[in-house]
Design a protein around this ligand. Sequence first.
Ligand SMILES: [Zn+2]
Length: 425
Amino acid sequence: MERRKVTFKLYPNATQAERLMGWIRLHCELYNAALEERIDAYRKAGKSISYYDQQNVLPEIKAARPEFVKLGSHALQQTLRKLDLAFQAFFRRVKAGQTPGFPRFKASKRFSGFGYPDPAGWKLVQNGKRGATIRLGSGKDAMSIRARGQHRFGDGAKPNDLTIARRNGEWFASVTLRVSEDSCARARTGDDHRGVDFGLNDWATFDNGEAIANPRFTRNEMPRMADLQRQQARKKRGSVRYTRLGKQAAKLHERIGNLRREFLHTATARLVASCAVIATEELKVNNMSRSAKGTQDKPGRRVKQKAGLNREILSAGLSMAHNMLAYKAVEAGTRLHVSNTRQLKPSQRCSRCWEIVPKRLAQRVHECPHCGLTMQRDQNSASVVLIDAHTPGTGVAARPKPLARQRAKSKPETRETPATASQDA
Ligand SMILES: [Zn+2]
C-alpha cells in the first residue's frame, strides 16, 4: 500500500462557509485554551502538561460546552496534537541551541483549519465526471460540500485522513488515500535514454539539444509580484491600501505556486512517460539565479530584489521537480540516475574526451581545447550525466524525498498528486 495526498478545492455555499468558519473558531479556541493551560501549569506549579493530559479532559469540555461535540472527538484530538507538535518542535530547537519562538496564541482569522486523523467523521464521495463531495459531521450538523476534480486512483483507494484548510478566503480539502501499487502505476509510451540539465535559462536542456523553456508565469507573473511588493512598501503599514495590496500579493503568490506545480507535474509526467532511463545531477542549491543586472547600457533596476525573487521561486521549483521526477519514475518503472555532482562535475567536463574544461557560469558554450568539441554548455552537461548513467557503479541513490511532517520512520510515504479537473477526465 502506498499513500497519496490529493487536494480538492471546496465550494461551500454561504451557510456551509459560515458553519465551517464557526468550526474553525471553536478549534482555535481549543488550541488557545490548551496553550494557556500549559503555560499556567508551568508558571504556577512548574509542571508540564502532556498531550495525553489534555486529551483526557476533552470529555469534560464537551459536557460543559456541547457545541464542541459536533466537531468530532478525533478532530478535537488532532487540534491538541497540533499544539503538541508545536511544543515538540520548540523544545527540539531549544535543545539544538537555537532560539525558536514560543508557541503562540492564534487569532481565529489566522487559524488555518482542522483535520480528521482517520476515516471517522467524514466521507469523500466521487461523483464521476461531476467532481466530488466531501461530507462532514453527522445528524443535523452534517454538511455535503461540493469539491472540484477527482483523483486518479479508482474505487480501490481508501481514504485515510482529511485536512480542511482556508487560504486567502478559499477552502481546500486534502485527503490522504491508501492506494495499491498497481493503481499508482503510470503507463510508459517510450524507452528513450535522456540526460537532462535543469537550469534557470531554460527549465531543462537535454543531451540531444532539445530544451523546455521556462513557463510563461516566470515572465508574466513574477514581475507583477515584485511590482505589488514595491507598491505595498510605499504605503503606510496597517492602512487600508497596505492591507489590500498585501491580499493581492498573497493571491498572486498562491497563483504562481499553482502555475508552477501544474507545470512541473505535467513536464515531469511527460518526461517519465517517454523514458526508460533519465539521468540528471544532484540539486545545486547555491549560485543559481538569473541575472537582473541587465547590461552596461541598460542596467536593471532593483537588482537585489529581483535576483532574490527569481532565485527563491525558480530554485523552489527545481527541488520540487527533482522530487516529482523521483516518485513518478518509480511509478512508471523508469530508472532515474542522479550523478554525484562533486565527483563528476558535469558542467566542467567534456562529454567527448572526458577532460575537465573549467568555465565560469556566464560562459554558455562548452569549447574543448583537448578534442575540439563545441557544444552548448547545458547540452554538454546533459550528455555527461547520460554517459555517467550508463557507467556501472556511479551515481547517488535517487530516492523520493520524504515529505515534511512525516517523521515517523515506520510510516509509508505520502505523495501529493493533483486532482484532475473533471472536464479533462
Ligand atoms: Zn573534449
